[in-house]
Design a protein around this ligand. Sequence first.
Ligand code: MLT
Length: 409
Amino acid sequence: MFHINDHFLKLPGSYLFAEIARRIREYQAAHPDADLIRLGIGDVTQPLVPAVIDAMHEAVDEMGKRETFRGYGPDFGYDFLVNAIREWDYEKRGISLAYDEVFVSDGAKCDVGNIQELFSDDAVIAVTDPVYPVYVDSNAMAGRAGNYKGDRWDRLVYLPCNAENGFVPALPEQKVDVLYLCYPNNPTGTVLTKEQLKVFVDWARENQALIIYDAAYRAYITTEGIPASIYEVEGAREVAIECNSFSKTAGFTGTRCAYTVIPHEVRGLSSTGEKVELNALWKRRMATKFNGVSYPVQRGAAAVYTEEGQKQIREVIAGYMENARIIREGLEARGFTVFGGKDAPYIWMKVPSGMDSWAFFDKLLDEAHVVGTPGAGFGPSGEGYFRLTAFNTREKTLEAVSRFERLKL
Ligand code: MLT
């Protein structure tokens, strides 16, 4: 009989958000009248903005006419989108990217999950802890995380982020090849200043390590001076890949469009000692395994980069950030300790003492009919914390916060 990839068997339980969905289904089946408010998975609730919808309608019409119909698109994205990304997300910030350093894809989750195919089997991976589980699970599936023991993988390097260190990870103490960073951070909702980020870029340059920088939440930065791209830090082009997404920026969670930047300077060693550009490897991978994002979706994404599109998405983002404020201030007023939510759509709260984060998940679900995400699901240092998202509607957010009164603490 054929053999399977045993590394999958080492994964503990299901993917975090699948497990939460399962628990909600079970609860809802047992309590059909419970009016649940979902502040769990970071999924947007506001519709696509008019500029995006108009561009997509037009593109669909083009697909229906022989003269403008398009088959396979370019492997790495249409010119109009790649150039709009370069101009609006980078040139406007003083960052110059070559045309072939941008790769349009169907999701930052897919990109951060797939990128590990470019690393050697024995690469040492470091993650901040708590962390978006995709970085960990995708490396675990490839065997790079070792074995899961207790609450952690024995080959992964964890960099704890907690209230005690102000959610700023320390540099790895051992040799690390690849470090995943996500800022604004999922799940803690915290950010790094440019000086704090520079420490990691300098470390990567000194140690010939790679940083995978997930910037999916950068549209939520409100504090002046917080870097929206790792390339704002000098030298980052040599050591960093950056992933971004239209999901949280423009409500594309169900529409699917994202991109990854791989500067030509980023190189890794082959087993024969040759320095190889990751950009070339990713091109080869994408051309082999991906057929691009559909034309109407790319047209919709490009419409984000117009004056009208920017104005419209800014309004939606401001609405979500108002929800974040409602949660932050509402919970603080009720005596909870909260973090994040100022430059990110996530609020990271301390669970009441004496309770673990899954117990608090059950309690909040049962007593308040509010769904959140237990911190332990994001890694060992997430224990004792709980994540709420600002992505629901204003009405439901207000209602959810008021329902915290129902908790019997
Ligand atoms: C989250 O809730 O952490 C995000 O929705 C996950 C994702 O974007 O894949």
